[in-house]
Design a protein around this ligand. Structure first.
Ligand SMILES: [Zn+2]
Ligand SMILES: [Zn+2]
Length: 260
């Protein structure tokens, strides 16, 4: 992840309020297209120029080639208000950020999120890193809103589960059960991604953490014998493909983890 400084020229803007609003519109559009990790805040300098700093998933994230329909509309609106992007500069690297996938051809994708994930929820199952959202073709609406919506709700459920004060078991059921509303939503997202990208796309069913004694071998044996909750087929992998993927059912496109 990188930090970019973006400067906007407002020399031809007759109304600074409108120019600032259009700038915020562009920042929101970039964010929703996955080209930025956050929306940033804008600062107006004494010369009227607008400046902001945003986190981006890779150095080329803000290239025009990555713009979706709504980013191009926001750029047109900015221009209509007499402003434009005058410069973008990479000013640093965020070593804490999630790396992005650089594989030439991923063989499988996984829809996965957590309380602490910051980037895209579409992971490459070969390298375990995320595909920036702008590399996933837009959905029917021309945006990735359905995908982003699932991501936010999943992270909200993981937050309830981790903090364990309110709604924790509701949240776990949503993340773990095949028939939950969250799972149905996520599997529909996976189907769309697979249809658009032609890459098998799996949905992650979180097994959660048990409060039972993890050292009891019979508990592990029972867990390893767990079958696919959709087709009842065998789905334990010979070895984990990612640190948290121990089960994978190819026909059903679901994956899960071992948890005693
Ligand atoms: Zn990869
Ligand atoms: Zn299955």
């Amino acid at each position: 992840m990188f930090m970019a400084q973006i400067e906007f020229s407002t020399t031809n803007a007759p109304d600074m309020h409108n120019a600032a609003q259009a700038t915020n519109g562009l920042l929101a559009a970039w964010y929703h297209n996955g080209q930025t990790i956050d929306c940033g805040e804008i600062f107006v300098g004494p010369d009227g120029g607008i400046r902001t700093w945003v986190s981006i998933p890779e150095q080329t994230a803000l290239d025009d080639a990555n713009n979706g329909k709504w980013v191009n509309r926001a750029l047109s609106e900015l221009e209509r208000c007499g402003a434009n992007v005058s410069s973008t500069e990479i000013v640093g690297k965020n070593t804490e950020g999630d790396p992005v996938c650089t594989c030439e051809d991923s063989t499988a994708l996984l829809l996965f999120a957590s309380l602490v994930s910051t980037g895209s929820p579409v992971l490459c199952m070969d390298c375990g890193h995320a595909l920036p959202i702008y590399k996933v073709p837009p959905f029917e609406s021309g945006s990735h809103e359905t995908l982003r919506c699932w991501n936010k709700i999943y992270k909200a459920c993981d937050t309830l589960w981790i903090y364990s004060q309110t709604g924790e078991f509701f949240a776990l059921r949503e993340m773990a059960r095949l028939d939950s509303s969250l799972t149905r939503h996520g599997r529909a997202v996976c189907e769309i991604i697979e249809a658009k990208m032609g890459i098998p796309t799996f949905y992650y069913l979180d097994r959660g953490k048990s409060r039972r004694n993890i050292w009891r071998e019979q508990v592990w044996a029972r867990e390893r014998a767990r079958r696919c909750p959709s087709c009842n087929g065998e789905w334990l992998l010979p070895e984990s493909v990612l640190p948290f993927v121990d089960f994978r059912c190819d026909p059903c496109r679901i994956a899960s983890n071992l948890s005693p």
